[in-house]
Structure formats: C-alpha cells, structure tokens
Design a protein. Structure first.
Length: 207
C-alpha cells in the first residue's frame, strides 16, 4: 500500500524516499564482527580476573592461562578497530563500548594485582582516576560542542600499560621483578602526564 501511495504522490516524493532509504542502508548495523569482538572482550574479563587471582603471580597453569587470555583480548582490541575502519563498520555502540572494554580490562588487571599483593593500591587509584576521569571529561566537552582530540602520548600510554600488565602476569624469575616495576611506573608516569596534556591542550584550543 505504501508503494502505491508513493507512486501516486509523484516523482519528487519517490526520490526523497529513495534517498532516505539509501542513507539508512549506508548506516552500519550494530550486529557486526568488530562489535562482536568488543562484546566478547567484555564478557571474557571475569574469566581473566579469575585466572589471574587463581594464578596468584606464581608459576602455575592459571598464571600462564591468564597471560594467554590477556594477550588474546589485546589482539581482539587491535582487530576490532582495524576491521571496523577497513570495512566501514564504525558504529556509535563501538565508539562507546570499545574504550569501556579497554578500561575495564586494564582496571581489572590492576585491581587483581592489588588483591594478590604485587602492586600498591595507590598506583591503581591514580591510573583509574586518570582513565575514567579523562573519559568523562571528554564526554562533557563533547556535549558542549568541544571535540577533544586524542593525546599524542595515548599510544605510548597504551603500549606501556599493556607491556606492564603482561610482565606482571608472566611468571618470571625473581630478578625480573625490578624491570617489571620499572615498566609499570613508566606506564603510570605517562598515564598521568598524558592526562594533564589532554586538559592543557584542550584549554589552549578553546583560548
């Protein structure tokens, strides 16, 4: 019935509906591979936490599996972004869920290290405060019409955090504890500095 009505109304309306249909069809569905990988990453986080706590930073199967799961999750983090951009599957869900998944995984790892007793609580507190604080601040700025670009040191921060977590998960000889701590505290410094850089650069851009 709607098709007949459209034809009766003449060509202009028919073209408008076709254009609307084309615009709608170009919008990627949330049901796609990148979003599946992002959702899978979130779902698997409790398993990662359990393996990490059971491993207890000891040389056992749980600890090794925790490392394997973490590496696989980080690989999916890289894959979902690459696939979404390459295939034009970037969605609003992905834009929100992907950073949440990343921060949830890292926060879980740090908290597990606190519970095990291999990382001070204040390190986790600073990193979590920076990560979620800057994320909330960027959303507030966006609602006000101010787009905050990614920090120049963002990739370095992510790389250092990933390496630090991997080193803490890996059952290494005792002498490796110092290099692992050096990487962790380097990650902490870069995390805090890039957080400050976000705010400073944003203020300069708005000036």
């Amino acid at each position: 019935m709607s098709d007949v009505s459209a034809g009766a109304m003449g060509a202009p309306e028919g073209q408008s509906k076709a254009q609307q249909s084309d615009a709608t069809s170009t919008e990627p569905s949330n049901w796609n591979l990148p979003n599946f990988l992002t959702s899978l990453r979130i779902i698997v986080i409790p398993l990662f936490a359990w393996l990490t706590l059971e491993g207890g930073a000891e040389n056992n199967a749980y600890a090794w599996w925790a490392l394997v799961v973490f590496v696989l999750l980080m690989i999916t983090d890289k894959l979902d972004g690459d696939i979404a951009r390459a295939r034009g599957l970037v969605t609003n869900f992905g834009k929100i869920a992907d950073p949440i998944a990343d921060k949830a995984l890292m926060t879980t790892a740090f908290v597990c290290f606190n519970i095990i007793g291999i990382l001070p609580w204040w390190v986790t507190a600073l990193i979590v405060l920076r990560e979620f604080g800057i994320t909330i601040w960027r959303f507030v700025q966006l609602r006000q019409g101010n787009v905050v670009p990614a920090s120049k040191g963002g990739k370095l921060k992510t790389a250092l955090q990933t390496l630090a977590v991997a080193l803490y998960l890996c059952p290494l000889p005792g002498w490796m504890s110092i290099p692992s701590q050096v990487v962790m505290y380097a990650a902490l410094v870069v995390t805090v500095v890039t957080g400050i850089q976000y705010i400073v650069d944003s203020k300069k851009a708005q000036a």
